[in-house]
Design a protein around this ligand. Sequence first.
Ligand SMILES: [Zn+2]
Length: 224
Amino acid sequence: MCQLKQFLKKLADRAVWLLCPNRCPYCDKLIGYHDTECEGCAGELFKGPYIRELSDGGVCMASFEYKNEVRQAVLRFKFGSDTGAAGSLAKGAAMAAQSAAPVIDAVTNVPLSAVSLKKRGYDQSELLARKTAEILQKPYCVTLRKIKQKRVQHSLNLNERRENVKDCYAAADEESIRGKNLLLIDDICTSGSTMAECRRVLLEAGAANVYCVSAAIAQLNLNP
Ligand SMILES: [Zn+2]
């Protein structure tokens, strides 16, 4: 991009910010042009790494616990077309990645099905993964496709969740997977069944390592 174009883009971004200033996604306070959350929430909420053990012996890490203000921000991000929290959640994911992943070749995500993507208009985990990749200065790549849509996970117990995600994902591009150290991103980790299934598919497709990070980890109150 030439310098004039860059200058005009910055000017346009500033004008948008003046008309519609950034707000903290957790408490709605006005925040600066480059800020992703207010100082108070940053100090209060970035408490991780929270760790969820996966059924295959791996772990998923996150900087946020899925409750209160974080839960509301994630829900608005996931279901309310409000992507205002994406920057802050990606910052948290990048921080968790520093603990979770000793080496990263590329960042990828747990994908939505084509039907859910059409309904929602955007894939929140992809957006999160792209922003995390930007912060970590690593390439983003699509590695998985959701090939089956079964029941929604949140109404199921632990065993049903594991069974429900089986064979729902397939490798999308083996070239991007083979021999790679991948950082796999999702929005919320509850039982970790989805992460574990995606990790299994990627490892079977030849990934060297798959490190799992979610924006937030939910407390596990599921019947086995
Ligand atoms: Zn705040």
